[in-house]
Design a protein around this ligand. Structure first.
Ligand code: DQA
Length: 147
């Protein structure tokens, strides 16, 4: 089975971007960790990052081929206002777990709202890159077993 690891705008700058908020690890570090997890969990991880809303939506649509167990998705700032991304998540039949590296609840007020949460399977916030790993575990060990 495949898992889509999807990252939205500005996450290509991880490691350089506000390291006090997002840490010093890069997206490459995350991908390296996921290549270890692929073996451990016997899944294929398809990784994609884009700064463009439509490209993220196209990737979500591609999960409808029946081969995806789920999506791990950090939509960046789109989380807070993109109804188009929310509708894309609602349109596909694979579970999407929302991940935020930072604790969006102890930052600016506008980050507290997620317009996508009502259509995601769950949300992990504030645990750094480890949150992505927890999402993978949840997809394989919990959701994938029919819970
Ligand atoms: C983020 C939180 C968002 O508010 C922000 O716009 C991001 C990253 C996070 O991972 O903490 O780009 O999704």
């Amino acid at each position: 089975m495949k898992i889509l690891l999807l990252n939205g705008p500005n996450l290509n700058l991880l490691g350089k971007r506000e390291p006090n908020v997002y840490g010093k690890n890069t997206l490459k570090t995350l991908y390296q960790r996921f290549s270890e997890l692929e073996k451990e969990y016997n899944v294929e991880v398809v990784s994609f990052q884009s700064n463009h809303e439509g490209e993220l939506i196209d990737k979500l649509h591609e999960t409808s081929d029946g081969n995806f167990l789920g999506v791990i998705f950090n939509p960046g700032a789109f989380t807070h206002y993109s109804y188009a991304i929310r509708d894309a998540i609602a349109s596909i039949d694979v579970p999407v777990i929302e991940v935020h590296i930072s604790n969006v609840h102890n930052r600016e007020e506008f980050r507290r709202e997620s317009v996508i949460s009502p259509v995601t399977a769950g949300q992990i916030v504030g645990l750094g890159l480890f949150g992505y790993e927890l999402a993978l575990k949840a997809l394989v060990e919990y959701i994938g077993k029919g819970e």
